[in-house]
Design a binder for this molecule. Structure first.
Ligand code: ZN
Length: 280
């Protein structure tokens, strides 16, 4: 079986009331890291999953109405945390990244896409269709900031093909279908709808370690999939489909219960970040 090297990194964080993201706790602010993943495949080369925050986020949120986004989720990003700088410290140039997989188009996941001029962008077609062409408040309502997108995004787009969905190995039940990115079951893109239209997670088989399931924003805290606990009901206002969100969270809980060997890693969980994120 082919295995890959997986390195989880953090590009900035925001803060938000814990009671809202966790469904319990007080009004104290929780730290929500924005993680991204570097995957090195022995034959196919490098794949980046997400980018975390980028400088484009700050440019895009200077003015009304986007400044609401930055006020609602105050962001801290040190220059050296930018994905490009962290990769440079690992000896990688932006041009070395030929492929970048996007879980969904919320600005905290895509605002450094423009730093990778040679990358093709893969995503679920419905995810892009749901935000493409949105502007102003209409975009903001979907947590999408068109200003952070590279001008040549569509020229470099390589969306996944829904016809490529294949049955997943039974160890990942109840998740049944995914797209096998390298045709060797080492990296599988899995639909996790609800939080955003067409959201994708990524199942990765690192060498000499248990499979890791990067679940993007299907939940915000590890306690959510452990306890099958959704966030505060007000969070439903942010989700594309609250019922689907709940069904996806329930499926993550079932996977965790039936096969705890699979490491579930939410994109913004401080606990998972502490356990898995490498020093930048
Ligand atoms: Zn999101």
């Amino acid at each position: 079986m082919t295995t890959v090297t997986l390195t989880l990194l953090e590009a900035g964080h925001c803060v938000f009331p814990e009671h809202f993201t966790r469904g319990r706790g007080g009004l104290k602010l929780a730290r929500l890291p924005a993680t991204f993943a570097l995957i090195e495949h022995p034959r196919a080369g490098l794949l980046l999953f997400e980018t975390g925050y980028g400088t484009a986020f700050f440019r895009a949120t200077r003015r009304w109405p986007n400044q609401l986004y930055a006020r609602l989720t105050p962001v801290t990003l040190r220059e050296e945390q930018l994905a490009v700088h962290q990769l440079a410290r690992r000896g990688l140039r932006p041009a070395d990244l030929s492929r970048l997989l996007i879980s969904h188009f919320h600005a905290d996941h895509v605002s450094a896409l423009g730093d990778f001029p040679a990358a093709r962008f893969s995503y679920w077609p419905e995810a892009w269709a749901a935000v493409r062409g949105r502007r102003g408040l209409n975009a903001l309502r979907a947590a999408y900031l068109p200003e952070v997108m590279p001008a040549d995004f569509e020229a470099r787009a390589a969306p996944l093909d829904p016809a490529a969905l294949r049955p997943l190995p039974p160890e990942f039940a109840p998740f049944r279908h995914g797209v096998d990115l390298f045709c060797d079951e080492s990296v599988l893109a899995v639909p996790l709808p609800g939080h955003a239209v067409g959201q994708l997670g990524l199942l990765v088989r690192p060498a000499a370690a248990a499979p890791v399931f990067l679940v993007a924003d299907a939940c915000w805290h590890s306690s959510a999939f452990r306890e099958d606990r959704p966030p505060h009901a007000l969070a439903n206002l942010l989700f594309a489909d609250a019922a689907q969100y709940r069904a996806t969270l329930h499926a993550l809980h079932a996977l965790h219960t039936h096969n705890p060997a699979v490491e579930l890693v939410p994109a913004h969980c401080a606990e998972a970040c502490e356990r898995h994120v490498a020093a930048g």
